[in-house]
Design a protein around this ligand. Sequence first.
Ligand code: SF4
Length: 363
Amino acid sequence: MPSGLYVHVPFCPRKCPYCDFYSVSALELIPSWLEGLAKEVELEAPAWPEGFDTVYFGGGSPSILSRLDLEGLFAALKPFRITADAEVTLEANPQDVTPDKVEQWHEFGINRISLGVQSFEPRWLNVSLERVHTPADNLTAIVALESRGLRLSLDMIYGHPAQEPEEWVGDLDRAAATGAEHISAYVLTPAPGTPLGRAVAERQLRLPGEQLIAEMFLLTEQAMSIRGFSCYEVSNFARGGAVCRHNLKYWNRTPYLGLGPSAHSFDGRFRRANVASVRRWISQLSAGRLALEFTEEIDEEKARIERIMLGLRLTEGLDADLVKSSRALDGYLRDGYLHQEGGRLKPAPKGLLIADAIARSLI
Ligand code: SF4
């Protein structure tokens, strides 16, 4: 199966308080980042001769790139073979989506947009998440993307302070009422080192407890399925089979190459990560070498563990032979967290909720 290509666009004009993705606000570094990408492609191209059938521009905020930046970006990727039917996704912030930008994305062959709407309710969108775009921006962006025929995925976040389960379902309903073919629903997580993480640790802010989050998680699956979306991964839902082919490569352990600061790669044997610093990444590439933070060889046992950890996140599950029989496994099967079907172990919705804990007890 062809590999996936990820390009990290590490620029955001301003940092959201809950975000722990690597990005900087020094937009003046974009031209040097483009030069770095061209060098990184030159060094990587010989190792990826079969090319890619998915491309994902993530970030950061890829939607801030100008036409000139996009020209530089696609020129940098030229040495790679990208199949004619490739799924090409770009992450966009609603406030960046203008008719002009939509036209440019279409022109450059981007055919899928992952739109960070996050919520349609000002209380969550602008107070809890402190995002600068408004619910009206969400709708304007969606109309502009749909009218150009771009495939649309919406990112949504739940688990805000004092949010009730029915309020979350109402928010989700508004997402499902658009023409989006795909919805990702994530729990607001107080990642250490972020302003949100500090506020929660210092008890200035209280997020819903485990019980309430579990209730919202299970309601998400039910509400999505009523609206024609099937869950295929813990946080991802698609209608009409429109799964994200690129992200499936991560969960299925298909090789992918990550370009840009902090990007990760997997070639089937080694996992590696680039340094999470634009300046260090540029300076190492300028010296003619890849800017790697770490490389790890995945031996057979590690591969087995990965297959269990990742497989339990998917409704497709995993090959049952990967898991040794144990009392823990019997318990999960008996209590309906997992079921066995055609040689595969598949998680039920309540199994997806605790997928990581199940995986840890089965490896
Ligand atoms: S726009 Fe996205 S990547 Fe940038 S800081 Fe906000 S959440 Fe993080």
